[in-house]
Design a protein around this ligand. Structure first.
Ligand SMILES: [Zn+2]
Ligand SMILES: [Zn+2]
Length: 175
């Protein structure tokens, strides 16, 4: 949803509040798509500080479903994000948001969906696990090792160790 910021310019230091519903149902990030499983409207507070400078406060609450980094089972990841930012609007709108991945200001329009996507991107955890001690999946047969075991040889060779064994192997052949 777009909010027209120029409507704020008539008043100074008078906060205006908005409840803005988020219109997207999934988030695309780095080639992955994460479904939104829960969302609350964004509580937005905008205050014109004068000279087209706007104080923006936003409370974002939503839950994304992200696959576990080890076993790929979907994990519900809640996001609770508080945004506290000053927007300096000008006639060259790119300047206001030059450090964001997706511009959320276009002229005097604030694109709340784009703002939320930006914040989700910034707050994305580096690694999502279904539980701290997730055993992951067997690299050979794909069995989820949290749910069962498989008969594959579980000894994972350290790559450096494998290289040494390789050297011994070829040395033996020469003799
Ligand atoms: Zn897992
Ligand atoms: Zn296996």
């Amino acid at each position: 949803m777009q909010i027209c910021l120029s409507e704020l310019f008539n008043h100074i230091d008078e906060p205006k509040t908005f409840e803005v519903s988020v219109e997207f149902d999934s988030v695309k990030m780095l080639g992955e798509t994460y479904p939104v499983t829960e969302k609350s409207p964004v509580a937005l507070k905008l205050t014109h500080l004068g000279k087209k400078k706007i104080q923006m406060n936003a409370e974002i609450q939503m839950t994304l479903e992200i696959p576990c980094g080890r076993c790929l089972e979907p994990v519900s990841v809640p996001f609770v994000i508080s945004v506290d930012e000053q927007l300096e609007l000008s006639d060259t709108p790119e300047q206001a948001t030059e450090d964001s991945d997706e511009p959320y200001i276009d002229g005097y329009q604030l694109d709340v969906d784009a703002l939320v996507r930006n914040e989700l991107f910034v707050h994305m955890p580096l690694r999502v696990l279904c539980k701290e001690d997730c055993k992951g999946i067997c690299k050979r047969c794909g069995t989820n090792l949290n749910l069962g075991t498989c008969d594959c040889d579980a000894t994972e060779l350290d790559p450096r160790m494998a290289a040494i064994l390789d050297i011994f192997g070829s040395a033996n052949k020469q003799h």
